[in-house]
Design a binder for this molecule. Sequence first.
Ligand code: ATP
Length: 457
Amino acid sequence: MQYNRYNISIFMEKKQENTKMEKLISLCKRRGFIFQSAEVYGGLQGFWDYGPLGVELKNNIKKVWWKKFVQQRDDVVGLDSSIITNSTVWKNSGHVQGFSDKLVECKKCHQRFKEADFSNEPGFLKCPYCQSDDLTKPKDFNTMFKTFVGPTEDTASTAYLRPETAQNIFVQFDNIRQSMRKKVPFGIAQIGKAFRNEITPGNFIFRSREFEQMELEFFVNPKDDKKYFKEFVDASYNFFIDLGIKKENIRKYEQKGKELAHYSKETIDLEYNFPFDKGFAELMGIANRTDYDLKAHGITYKDDVDKEEFVPYVIEPSAGVDRAMLAFLLDAYEEIDGGRSTTTESNKEKEMVLKLHKDLAPYKVAILPLSKKEEVSGSAKDLYKELQKYWMVAYDDASSIGRRYRRQDEIGTPYCVTYDFDSNDDKKVTVRDRDTMEQERISVDELVNYLKHKLDS
Ligand code: ATP
């Protein structure tokens, strides 16, 4: 069978041979990161709900991205546009005519699948489910979700759920430029939901039908496109490295020939070594979209100072929040045979540690009182309330301290603070580091500053 680099979902799900993914999926459910949407009704393929820890992790990813690409740049501003908009946007952008995948149906088992997932060369395609080569001819399947606006359901009221956040940025180019007095080069960033009726959603949250994107459209003079393209490839790569993705697990892949989208002069994908199929698969893409989009919407630009008129080129780093989250979780996941417990209790179980970057960890600190007695738990709760002013903090007083450490390690909490019987006398607590497991005795008065130094630096 022929494979290409996007050949992913079905085999893993059918053969269930991918243990790391299975373990991670199970951890995500057990510890409240990700649930199947409407699981009580059997779920809905391609849709996921992010639980209490998942929403924290997702928000943290978005917060760090926004800080790097908007807050800390004086040439980028933000936007939060509507999900449904005037359908002409999608007609002029080319999505209504061309946002489609090639769909193939097996005449023997009647399963449907995306041609691109299973073939590099036409003529070598076999059904991935039953191996039959008796297949229908590939036909275009538009992956935009349709709906109707208003009480009538006809062509005039047809609308689409946006399949990307980018187009709304292009059509607001003039409003944003004028209201913010921006001159090219400058960028507009947006984080938000996108919807695609994927033929074969799968591999957990890698490919879903509802997902979130973090996109930046950076408008440049065409003569400067190469410089900015490189800048955003490097900045995007460093975003993942700085958040702890191991260098051996991420690479740049330059799209060639037919791989390039019709609007793109140059595209580099950042690929992550996912533990399914052939490994490396698209995490995000950085594209030089040329003047395709602004031209499509009839937008031009005239520089006030040198009076030069041109249609800006667009450099677009486009990342999936959910795919980034999957990569961060996989990269952080470690299993230690026989355990690494520092407590006296013998522990021969396998331990799981999520070595998430401190900026991403759902809880930054956990307060673990060594007793439920009021003299200990009362003060521990006061400390908990104090730390909640600054961070998301967990409070856990159930079961042995060893088990409580392991519970926090499993969800990636960087620091555990134990409040013990001596704490009331010496006004000190023990702070334990998730990764080194080193323990330090810190004065209660100093705790906030100590943690600020560790967490906010
Ligand atoms: P793919 O080739 O994997 O379908 P794409 O090239 O169509 O992705 P883009 O249109 O470039 O993706 O979207 C930018 C980013 O949005 C992707 O790199 C990915 O991180 C994310 N993304 C796209 N489609 C999905 C999806 N169905 N589920 C989750 N994330 C997605």
